[in-house]
Design a protein around this ligand. Structure first.
Ligand SMILES: Nc1ncnc2c1ncn2[C@@H]1O[C@H](COP(=O)(O)OP(=O)(O)O)[C@@H](O)[C@H]1O
Ligand SMILES: [Mg+2]
Length: 258
């Protein structure tokens, strides 16, 4: 039991809007082990970002139970690191200062931690560069390092490589797996890219919309490093794709009346 880092039971989220309520999440149930790499995949609008924001503590208005380390999530905290699709760096600060955020690099412990992180995300030599001098992949590595500064229990990544070109994305997936293997940080990774979900995840959570819910959770029982061209990988990819192609009965009528 103690190995469960994150426990989500009966989670629901409804947005109220003038045009009517939107049920963004319905009865979500998911447990994530400490150190596990879980990917979440689903079409646009199925509630992936809403789910991640709730786990991050960025949205506390939900129904149901969300526990991290056995405690209800009540707001942002150093146990959770969040990475958005865009790096969101401070343009006027160097790479190392962006990573240190509001801590002083004059503090030897901060200095040492920032050096470790620069090595971990492979940015040696770019410590004094500014965000405008970095490629998209490098900028995203800075934001990963910054999220890891206080050694969070879980990294929450919302389509972090979605804006990168295919080659950079593949490289960043390898960088992230290396970080995961060296650091042991639990990863909750949202994507709408099937290959990415299967390449990274020990389990793939498949979500569907209207209302957003978990359709199935598939274990990906392939050792790392994985080979995309391998038969086992292709077979797994097909399995996930099949889940999307199956026709699903609506959970309940959400209106429309046609
Ligand atoms: N702040 C908001 N106000 C109203 N509706 C929202 C808000 N944020 C998200 N939604 C709605 O909730 C649903 C899920 O959105 P989201 O979590 O962003 O999906 P995804 O990340 O899977 O694309 C969508 O129908 C979206 O329009
Ligand atoms: Mg989203």
């Amino acid at each position: 039991m103690a190995s469960e880092l994150l426990v989500i039971e009966g989670l629901g989220k409804t947005f109220s809007a003038p045009a009517g309520d939107v049920i963004a999440l319905n009865n979500i149930r998911l447990k994530v082990r400490k150190g596990e790499f879980v990917t979440i995949i689903g079409p646009s609008g199925c509630g992936k970002s809403t789910l991640l924001k709730i786990v991050a503590g960025l949205d506390t208005r939900y129904t149901g139970t969300v526990l991290l380390n056995d405690k209800p999530i009540e707001g942002p905290s150093i146990e959770k690191g969040f990475i958005f699709q865009e790096p969101r760096l401070f343009p006027w600060l160097t790479v190392e200062k962006n990573i240190a955020a509001n801590l002083s690099l004059k503090n030897p412990r901060v200095r040492q931690r920032v050096n470790e992180l620069i090595e971990l995300v492979r940015l040696q030599g770019f410590e004094k560069s500014y965000p405008r001098e970095l490629s998209g992949g490098m900028a995203q590595r800075v934001s990963i390092a910054r999220a890891l500064l206080r050694n969070p229990d879980v990294l929450l990544l919302d389509e972090p490589f979605g804006a990168l070109d295919a080659f950079t994305r593949t490289h960043m997936q390898e960088v992230l797996l290396d970080i995961w293997q060296r650091n042991g940080t639990t990863m909750l990774f949202v994507t709408h890219d099937l290959d990415e979900a299967v390449f990274l995840g020990e389990r793939v959570v498949i979500m569907n919309p209207r209302p957003g819910h978990i359709r199935s959770v598939l274990p990906v029982d392939l050792p790392f490093p994985r080979k995309r061209s391998g038969t086992a990988f292709q077979e797994m990819r097909r399995l996930v794709l099949n889940e999307f192609e199956k026709v699903e009965e609506p959970l309940y009528d959400v209106g429309g009346g046609i």
